[in-house]
Design a protein around this ligand. Structure first.
Ligand code: G1P
Length: 287
């Protein structure tokens, strides 16, 4: 079955980025000139996704407005002849079909995904965590969709991490190495404090199947007292296949200050309009 839908959990408080996130969702924080959520949505569009499902919390208004038509701004840009900008703004509002679902209680990532159940029904779908921004030639969601097409089982994106960083991630155990980037997974642990089962961490891109949703209905709170998607995947891996794919691309954790800074510098370096300016800014700092 084609992957047509993507779920974006956007309900978190973003406490690590306060005070920036006091009145706006953390997904509206800007990387160069676009909010994080727009990078995530563009990745989905470029991966063939047709319907975006935002799982929102208290501050969804800014997100809704961003993907809506702004009549006043449109008129103003037209009047002042800024037609290229006008076209850009139109492109954003025409880009997507968004459905909003409210997560009533902050019970964790697993619970957020489960909130999409009535909309995804029995289709497999992509999950995109907008905090994880990835620079890559081929969008990581498209990479996962291609792997999914081969096995028709859940697929998570994987990246190697240092053992001392394991506590930040879901860490997987490999049951079988299918090829140098594709693994059949065994157990997995959300944010292990010690003895991580490997150095392969789950990054915020997934292809989720209905049986993972069934498992989510039954998982009990895990790490941090939250319903964890990792725990549902671990449950499914006990009796069926779950796969992991070592994606190609460079990932940035834009949910932290250092990660957002790293992303900003890397995106500027990759941007022909900013690359030279970046060089002189860094040279001026005299590091
Ligand atoms: C979530 C997942 C975790 C994954 C991480 C990737 O954690 O629960 O398994 O490794 O995203 O960014 P979070 O960072 O939302 O706490």
């Amino acid at each position: 079955m084609k992957i047509r839908k993507a779920v974006f959990p956007v309900a978190g408080f973003g406490t690590r980025m306060l005070p920036a996130t006091k009145a706006i969702p953390k997904e509206m924080i800007t990387l160069i000139d676009k909010p994080l959520i727009q990078y995530a949505v563009e990745e989905a569009v470029n991966s063939g996704i047709e319907q975006m499902i935002f799982i929102t919390g208290r501050t969804k208004k800014a997100l809704e407005d961003h993907f809506d038509i702004n009549v006043e701004l449109g008129l103003e840009l037209e009047k002042s002849g800024k037609l290229e900008l006008l076209e850009d703004m139109r492109r954003i509002s025409e880009m997507v079909d968004v459905t909003y679902v409210r997560q009533k209680k902050m019970l964790g990532l697993g619970n957020a995904i489960l909130c999409a159940r009535d909309i995804v029904r029995d289709e497999p779908f992509a999950v995109i965590l907008p905090d994880d921004i990835i620079l890559s030639e081929k969008p990581v969601t498209a990479q996962l969709i291609d792997e999914y097409a081969k096995v028709k089982k859940p697929v998570v994106s994987l990246m190697r991490v240092k053992p001392e960083d394991s506590y930040k991630y879901g860490i997987v155990e490999v049951k079988e190495t299918v090829d140098d980037r594709f693994y059949r997974l065994g157990s997995m642990v959300e944010k292990p404090r010690e003895n991580p089962p490997s150095d392969l961490a789950i990054i915020g891109r997934y292809i989720i199947t209905p049986e993972v949703m069934d498992a989510l209905e039954n998982v009990t709170p895990g790490a941090g007292g939250e319903i964890q998607l990792t725990d549902a995947l671990k449950h499914v891996a006990k009796y069926n296949d779950v796969y992991g794919y070592g994606f190609t691309g460079k990932r940035f954790d834009c949910g932290t200050k250092a990660g957002l800074l790293e992303a900003t510098v890397n995106f500027a370096a990759a941007n022909p309009e900013l690359r030279e300016e970046l060089k002189s800014i860094v040279a001026d700092l005299g590091f």
